[in-house]
Ligand binder design. Sequence first.
Ligand code: GLU
Length: 283
Amino acid sequence: MLTRFAPSPTGELHLGHAYSAVQAHQAARAAGGRFLIRIDDIDGSRSREEYVAAALADLEWLGLDCDGDAMRQSNRLGDYAAALADLDARGLVYPCFCTRADIAASLSAPHGPSGAIYPGTCRNLPARERMRRMAAEPHCWRLDMARAVAAAGDLFWEDAGQGARAADAAAHGDIVLARKDAPASYHLASTLDDAAMGVTHVIRGADLIASTDIHRLLQALLGLATPVYRHHALVCGADGKRLAKRDAGASLASLRAAGIDGTALAADLRAGRLPAGYSLRMP
Ligand code: GLU
């Protein structure tokens, strides 16, 4: 078994991250397997080096030993570009020039599991217009979902302990695989990385269940192995809402500064015990 914890260095880690890291670490250790850390730092505008160092220090404070150096997404841009080129050669992606405002203004922008469904404005642009605009305008790359789903056929993923679940990626519409400001989206990078790392069990928060349908589709399109998935409950604050990076009181740095013992906290989280005022909930 190989599991991973993959923080984005865009803020301080909080109790919810600690819970997730403990779950992944514990699953690996209980099975005599391996646990890896990945730094999801492709978002150049939001990622900060100080948060990378802080996340690694937090994990050490929790006593979560890891097997090998942390992988960094910023070192893997070539692999993301190669996968995108592969999908492009098969006519499964297209450049999209729409701004957020363009999409919001579209009359036919229904909502899917991950927000507004892209109305398809740029899906069938004539080749010449596409070439001309690609040279002149910033653009992202979108998956042509209908074609992708047709190419992949019916797909399932294994929900640990619960059996197979149908992967319904079509409901998301034409998702972004590479952004104007980042060479790969979370979906593309995370799917490729989990495969490259040899992750056998993806253990992460239940807020990402819908993303798993997309990841399963990308695995099928790119010929990647499919891990087993487990989506755990989310740590919520006193208001019943899931923790966010802005909840400074729940940050691991603040708990450490308050003199809390990290390994004792990890042992509590392993046993499903949370500090007073926090609870676990399924979204
Ligand atoms: N970097 C992602 C996050 O922090 C990882 C999600 C995942 O585990 O796939 O949300």
